[in-house]
Design a protein around this ligand. Structure first.
Ligand code: C2E
Ligand code: MG
Ligand code: MG
Length: 400
């Protein structure tokens, strides 16, 4: 690809690094070069220009507007044809961003770790393909088949978002829950609601769990480096637990990612499909022995199997959002919550209320002695790189 005909913009907040990059591009024979010190400045230049640039090289970690927000603006407003992410961040984070950009229909030429070198830059720019008029139109359908799911796994389209869990008592952030999102190119972002069940039926939910666990460990390390030590919860469906080798595999995976099983809580959700209870009990006990926390998710909504699991060494109980919702005005919901909290205390389980959406729900659950809160009232699920900033900004509701 001849670079002389292309317009390339460099968005980077460090003056020195920006100049270095411009210099390298010039040496490679790039045509028109534009530069901006942050996302906001770049967006206003691009909007004024009225015509998309060919390629944008952008840093992820920028003040004012971070790279991810910037990339989503680029895509939505079609301000560029392609992006290359240049960043000193963890590879797993770079991959996440890459997948997001692709889902928005932007060409992603690659993610280059800093410091930039000429060879990698050349390789990346070489992947640029000028777009004709026939570029993919957006499709809003969310139909898919098993091949799409398999390809999605292979192409790393499944991305963990994270929602904080905070203490009712102190407001402190104790952990996060990883929630999968499918960034499907040309289809936008698809909620797990639409694909988990099918993945379970097709035997794809174990590979998905492994993907999520790996991404989660990557972020736990990245957050710890910035001084935020947390636990993370990962959802695991009963199907995964029928495979007796899963305990060892998850343990090895966490260790290979330089994390410890005690940093991970596995949230077990019941399924309608029949499971082999004896096998599942065996696997859960072994996971606990290896140090994983075990949480009963959506407590109160399940079928019958969890009753048979009463001798599982669970460490946490999550009250389902359907009971939390309207609990201040629904005596029945409140009773179920009280009973669940009572049971949890007797079994010495930590308690988490999920789906806390209002101040009234927060106050009620707190007064009933629930330990941790999760829900839109605190924060919506967010990309992992936003978590440190969110924690710094977060203020627990004041007592009245
Ligand atoms: P869950 O584990 O019970 O997760 C809580 C769900 O409630 C999440 O939906 C979350 O985004 C949503 N939520 C959180 N706070 C609020 C709130 O205040 N109000 C309301 N209305 N909703 C709230 P999401 O992300 O769509 O996930 C749905 C379910 O899909 C999860 O329920 C979980 O069972 C399953 N799931 C998600 N990720 C995975 C995964 O990686 N593996 C497996 N096996 N299942 C997953
Ligand atoms: Mg969960
Ligand atoms: Mg739940």
């Amino acid at each position: 690809m001849e670079l002389s005909g292309l317009t390339i913009m460099v968005v980077e907040d460090h003056d020195f690094q920006r100049r270095m990059t411009l210099r390298l591009l010039k040496d490679l024979g790039a045509g028109t070069l534009l530069e901006a010190a942050n996302g906001r400045e770049a967006l206003s230049m691009l909007t004024d220009r009225g015509e998309p640039v060919d390629i944008i090289l952008c840093d992820l970690d920028m003040p004012e507007m971070d790279g991810v927000e910037f990339i989503s603006h680029l895509a939505i407003n079609q301000l560029a044809q392609a992006v290359t992410v240049v960043s000193a961040m963890e590879v797993s984070i770079l991959n996440t961003v890459e997948t997001m950009a692709r889902a928005y229909g932007l060409q992603v030429l690659g993610a280059i770790a800093k410091p930039l070198n000429l060879q990698e830059l050349t390789n990346c720019l070489g992947r640029f393909q000028p777009r004709g008029n026939d570029h993919e139109a957006y499709v809003t359908r969310t139909e898919f088949n098993v091949e799409d799911l398999k390809r999605g796994l292979k192409e790393r389209e499944f991305i963990a978002f994270f929602q904080p869990k905070v203490s009712f008592e102190t407001g402190e952030v104790h952990g996060v829950e990883a929630l999968v999102r499918w960034f499907r190119p040309g289809h936008g972002v698809i909620s797990p609601f639409y694909f988990i069940h099918q993945m379970e039926l097709e035997g794809l939910v174990t590979p998905l769990t492994e993907v999520l666990l790996t991404q989660t460990c990557g972020y736990l390390k990245a957050w710890a480096r910035r001084g935020f030590l947390m636990t993370a919860s990962v959802n695991i469906s009963m199907h995964c637990l029928e495979d007796v080798s899963i305990a060892d595999r998850l343990h090895d995976l966490v260790k290979e990612s330089d994390c410890e099983p005690k940093q991970i809580i596995l949230e077990v959700t019941e399924t309608e499909v029949m499971i082999d209870v004896a096998k599942v009990l065996n696997v859960l006990a072994r996971l606990r022995l290896k140090g994983f926390g075990l949480s009963i998710d959506d407590f109160g909504t399940g079928y019958s199997s969890l009753q048979q699991l009463s001798n599982v060494p669970f460490t946490e109980l999550k009250i389902d959002q359907s009971f939390v919702k309207d609990s201040p005005t629904q005596p029945r919901h409140r009773t179920i919550i009280e009973t669940s909290l009572d049971l949890a205390r007797k079994l010495k389980l930590k308690t988490v209320a999920e789906g806390v959406e209002t101040r009234a729900e927060w106050d009620l659950l707190k007064s009933l002695g629930c330990q941790q809160a999760q829900g839109y009232f605190i924060a919506r699920p967010m990309p992992g790189h936003q978590m440190p900033e969110w924690i710094q900004m977060w203020q627990a509701p004041e007592e009245v």
